[in-house]
Design a binder for this molecule. Structure first.
Ligand code: FO1
Length: 314
C-alpha cells in the first residue's frame, strides 16, 4: 500500500539514490519531494552539470548506468573522444553522448531565463518522473574542498579528477550567504509530514543543503519526525569517501558520530544492524538492514523506515 503522507527527503547523489528508488515505489509520487544537493554542480565545456540532480533523474527514470550509479546506461563517448583526439581536451570528467543531451537542454533553458528549479521540473517531467526533485537553491553554491596536498579544489576536481585521494582539511560552501532557500523548498518543508535525510555523505552531500541560509532554522521550527540514517555500516562506507573524510576531519567513524553531526536537528535515527548499538536519550533509534544490495532491499528498507515513523504517532 502506498504511503499517504508528505515526505521530504534531503539527498545527495549515488548513495542516496538507492533509497530514493525504494521510496519512489512506496510513497505516492505527489507526496514525495527530494531536496537535492547542488554543491557538486559545476560548469564544463560551457555546460551546467548538476551531478546529484542527474543521478536522481537517471535513477528514478530507469536510465542510470547501474554499474557506476551515475550517468546513462550504454552511453557512448564520441563527443568526448573527439574533443580529446582533435583538441587535446582532458577527459577526466566523463560526459557520455546521451548524458550531454541533458546538460545541453538544461543549459539552454537556464540561458533562456528559467531557474534551476523550473528547468529540473521540466526535465523530470519529460523523463516521466512523478516525484518532485527540487534543487536546494537556485543560486550557485559550489562546494570547495581544502586539501593538505593540493590546497583548495572545486568539488569535482577533488572527487573525480583526484579520485577523493587528497587529505581533506576543511570543506566550505562558496557564496552560501547569497543563496536563499527557494520558495519551492520552503513550501515543501511547510507541507511536510516527515523529513528524512538520505544515507548520503553528511559532510559532502548533506552539509551543503544545511548551509543554505534559512534551511536549518526552518527545520528547527518543524514539529514532526525528522530522521537521519547511517551511511556507515560495520565501520566503513558502502561506497565513496565518507569514512575516509571522517578520519581526516578527526571524527570517529561510527553511526553515533553521524547522529551527533545532525544533533538537535533530528529526533530519529536509523542505524544498521551490523553496527555497535549506541544510546541517545534525545533520539528514537531503529536498527535495520540498510545495505540495499538490490531493488527488493531498497523497497523493503523504504517501507520499514516509513512504517517505523508512522508507529511514532500511536
Ligand atoms: N563520477 C566519476 O567518478 N567520474 C566521472 O567521470 C563522472 C562523470 C559524471 C558526469 C555527469 C554526472 O552527472 C555525474 C558524473 N559523475 C562522475 C558522478 C558525480 O560527479 C559524483 O558521483 C557526485 O558528484 C558525487 O555525488
Amino acid at each position: 500500500m502506498a504511503i499517504d503522507r508528505n515526505l521530504v527527503v534531503l539527498i545527495g547523489g549515488v548513495g542516496g539514490a538507492k533509497l530514493a528508488l525504494g521510496l519512489n515505489q512506496v510513497v505516492r509520487p505527489e507526496r514525495l519531494t527530494f531536496v537535492v544537493n547542488t554543491g557538486d554542480d559545476f560548469w564544463r565545456l560551457g555546460l551546467k552539470i548538476c551531478p546529484d540532480l542527474d543521478t536522481l533523474m537517471y535513477t528514478l527514470s530507469g536510465l542510470v548506468d547501474p554499474a557506476a550509479g551515475w550517468g546513462v546506461a550504454h552511453d557512448s563517448d564520441t563527443v568526448l573522444r573527439s574533443l580529446q583526439e582533435n583538441y587535446g581536451f582532458e577527459p577526466w570528467f566523463r560526459l557520455g553522448d546521451k548524458d550531454l543531451a541533458t546538460h545541453l537542454m538544461r543549459t539552454q533553458m537556464l540561458r533562456s531565463g528559467n531557474t534551476l528549479t523550473e528547468v529540473t521540473a521540466c526535465l523530470t517531467d519529460r523523463l516521466g518522473i512523478r516525484a518532485r526533485l527540487l534543487p536546494m537553491s537556485d543560486a550557485e553554491v559550489p562546494t570547495i574542498v581544502d586539501t593538505a596536498e593540493k590546497g583548495e579544489l572545486g568539488f569535482q576536481e577533488y572527487f573525480v579528477k583526484h579520485r577523493w585521494q587528497p587529505t581533506v582539511r576543511s570543506i566550505r560552501h562558496q557564496n552560501c550567504e547569497g543563496a536563499p532557500v527557494s520558495t519551492a523548498v520552503q513550501m515543501a518543508l511547510a507541507a511536510a509530514d516527515i523529513v528524512l535525510f538520505a544515507p548520503s555523505n553528511p559532510w559532502l552531500s548533506l552539509a551543503p543543503i544545511l548551509a543554505v541560509p534559512g534551511l536549518r532554522a526552518t527545520l528547527k521550527d518543524l514539529t514532526l519526525p525528522i530522521v537521519a540514517m547511517t551511511p556507515i555500516i560495520a565501520g566503513d562506507a558502502v561506497k565513496g569517501p565518507t569514512a575516509k573524510i571522517m578520519t581526516e576531519l578527526g571524527i570517529d567513524v561510527s553511526a553515533k558520530s553521524v547522529a551527533d553531526y545532525f544533533g538537535a536537528l533530528i529526533n530519529g535515527f536509523v542505524d544498521d544492524i551490523r553496527n555497535q548499538p549506541f544510546e541517545d536519550d534525545r533520539l528514537r533509534l531503529a536498527r535495520m538492514d540498510t545495505l540495499m544490495t538490490d531493488l527488493p532491499a531498497k523497497v523493503s528498507l523504504a517501507r520499514a523506515i516509513l512504517a517505523w515513523i508512522e508507529g511514532w504517532a500511536s
